[in-house]
Design a protein around this ligand. Structure first.
Ligand code: ATP
Ligand code: MG
Length: 342
């Protein structure tokens, strides 16, 4: 039966790339009203705090961001559909146990080929092995579909390879081969939202330049300041040309995703768009309209007295659902590998 799973790191407040490339896609996929809702409940989403440890965060910061990340996803409406659960990865023990079993069947070369461990400024073993933990996150729930942004395709591919390897090694059909789901339709361009400061890079929580991303909790002023100074090019006028004018195309893509319009038609539909400032104003209007209610809801969820309590309650509920699924997988995997039952 098809099962959805995805995750997000508590490495910063979720940004527009996370929202358009991942979270709003998760909300669309799990929403009640489309004719078919094929997912076998629960659809699982997790705040992957163990992954965030690879960046060596301060403990208080990690605690705060875990809460803020969960609140942001809830504010986006992720838990509005029944059968959707949100939990904290480190609170379900099976993730690390399955990671170890997978590390025992994964050739070292498969990890060496992945780009991240060379590029990141940290030197720890987890930065090399975390793709195995990511595979465990997926396989622990026998997920079949993993909705992610473009940057995660190689990691979902690794999880397919390891699922197949496990099935072959133990002569079983324990794990379905998970498929990535990229955002589609007008939102397809949001599979890779670019940095506002450097359109050759993707927008990232861990980019040291805060002006490179728009956070879901940013104020109206912050959003406008960042958009106004977004890097474009020195060619006069406005045209959609992702190859030659990537900075400008990123802004047009964002407007396309937000207004559900193919990017090639955005300038006509919302036009005439006389110049770059006019485009930035249009984008700011749609963004504020979309983000204001989310920002308000994040603040409500985080504000005491009954604020964080509701987030904690929802995370607890998610954890219980996740633990039940995880326990069944771990029991079966232990049997298959020759480990004694718990
Ligand atoms: P970090 O820099 O800490 O890795 P991040 O911004 O890459 O943070 P993640 O928590 O790693 O965010 O990813 C969460 C989800 O958001 C993943 O599905 C990822 O593919 C997606 N995502 C991240 N950045 C973008 C982006 N710029 N455009 C579209 N999707 C994105
Ligand atoms: Mg990332």
């Amino acid at each position: 039966r098809p099962r959805l799973l995805s995750g997000i790191q508590p490495t910063g407040v979720p940004h527009l790339g996370n929202y358009l490339g991942a979270v709003s896609h998760w909300v669309r996929l799990t929403r009640q009203d489309g004719a078919d809702r094929p997912w076998s409940p629960p659809s699982l989403f997790c705040v992957v705090d163990l992954h965030a440890l690879t960046a060596c965060p301060e403990p208080a910061k990690l605690r705060q961001l875990t809460l803020e990340t969960a609140a942001s996803l809830i504010a986006c409406g992720l838990l509005d559909s029944p059968g959707v659960r949100l939990f904290c990865q480190s609170q379900v023990a099976g993730h690390t146990e399955l990671q170890w079993l997978l590390s025992a069947i994964c050739p070292i070369s498969k990890l060496q080929h992945l780009p991240n461990w060379r590029e990141k400024p940290y030197n720890n073993a987890a930065i090399f092995t975390y793709p195995l933990l990511q595979t465990a996150d997926i396989l622990l729930y026998r997920a079949t579909h993993v909705p992610v942004g473009e940057d995660q395709l190689m990691h979902v591919e690794l999880s397919r390879e390891l699922a197949a390897r496990f099935n072959t090694r133990y002569n079983c059909s324990m794990f379905p081969l998970p498929e990535p789901l990229l955002p589609c339709g007008a939102a397809a361009v949001a599979a890779r939202v670019r940095s506002l400061r450097d359109p050759t890079k993707k927008m990232s929580k861990s980019d040291p330049t805060a002006a490179s991303r728009i956070g879901l909790a940013d104020s109206d002023d912050e959003i406008w300041t960042k958009l106004r100074s977004a890097v474009t090019d020195s060619t006069p006028g406005v045209s959609y040309d992702p190859e030659q004018r990537p900075g400008l195309a990123n802004l047009i893509d964002l407007l396309a995703a937000l207004t559900d319009c193919p990017p090639a038609e955005v300038l006509v539909r919302h036009g005439p768009v006389e110049n770059k400032l006019a485009l930035k104003r249009l984008l700011a209007d749609s963004l504020l309209e979309r983000l204001r209610p989310i920002r308000r809801r994040i603040a409500e969820l985080l504000a005491p007295p009954d604020g964080p309590a509701e987030v904690a309650r929802l995370l607890r509920q998610g954890r219980e659902a996740a633990e039940a699924e995880a326990a069944a997988t771990i029991a079966e995997v232990r049997r298959l590998t020759g480990l004694p039952p718990l």
